[in-house]
Design a protein around this ligand. Sequence first.
Ligand code: APR
Length: 244
Amino acid sequence: MAEIRNIVILTGAGISQESGIPTFRSEDGLWEQHRVEDVATPEGYIRDPDLVHRFYSRLRKNLDNVKPNPAHEALARLEKEWRRGSVTVVTQNIDDLHERGGSKNVIHMHGELKSILCKECGAHTRWEQDSSEDSVCPVCGKKELRPDIVWFGEMPYFMEEIDSCLSRGSLFLSIGTSGVVYPAAGFVRTVNRLGYPSVEFNLTPSLQNSSFTYSVYGKAGVTVPDFVSRLLESGSIDFLKKQS
Ligand code: APR
């Protein structure tokens, strides 16, 4: 197997589940007691901007009640201690648990709760407090702020940067994502075309499972720290068993 240098890690809601943040795809089809169409689409926002501001303000405030778990911390350790190349976390999550866990190299492809987007001037501003239709953009002074979240039907952020990371990678990890939402769900196939190994960490096989070289099942808070320790120790992933 080729030597591992740059590592690209895709994370989803499953990595934050053990911190107490519910995942998106619950059995009742609701996200935090709301219909996805109401709180995670541009149409829902146009229909009821006040509801959408209140929804994300509540999630933002809830970040004070949660903390990073051993999976977030293990990825930060990997970034700090990996000497053979870079470690980049590409997250679909809008929480700040990777950063608070110690990761520095984090790409938020679906936006961030602690940021706000101005529809007027396009500025992304760090935002810690509640937001409403009356909130004022600190850059242009207009009351045109919306949550800085990539909703269904919108283009994820940083796609060029992510493509470039993937093309320079030599190991791809995917942690706690159901593999339903594109383009993130398609990254493993890009990696396959590029010809380097991939590992899925989940409780059960995701929708993209058959595209991965290896799978590790169990809670990310247990499996990821164990994997990171072994990878740092040996510099390789030879300890994993290939899927047939
Ligand atoms: N450890 C590992 N995996 C877990 C854990 C855990 N403790 N808990 C849950 N999972 C797995 C689930 O099995 C599931 O496959 O995490 C995955 C979570 O899937 P989703 O809820 O669909 O979240 P995600 O894949 O991040 O969703 C992608 O969809 O709603 C949009 O924009 C939103 O970023 C989100 C995107």
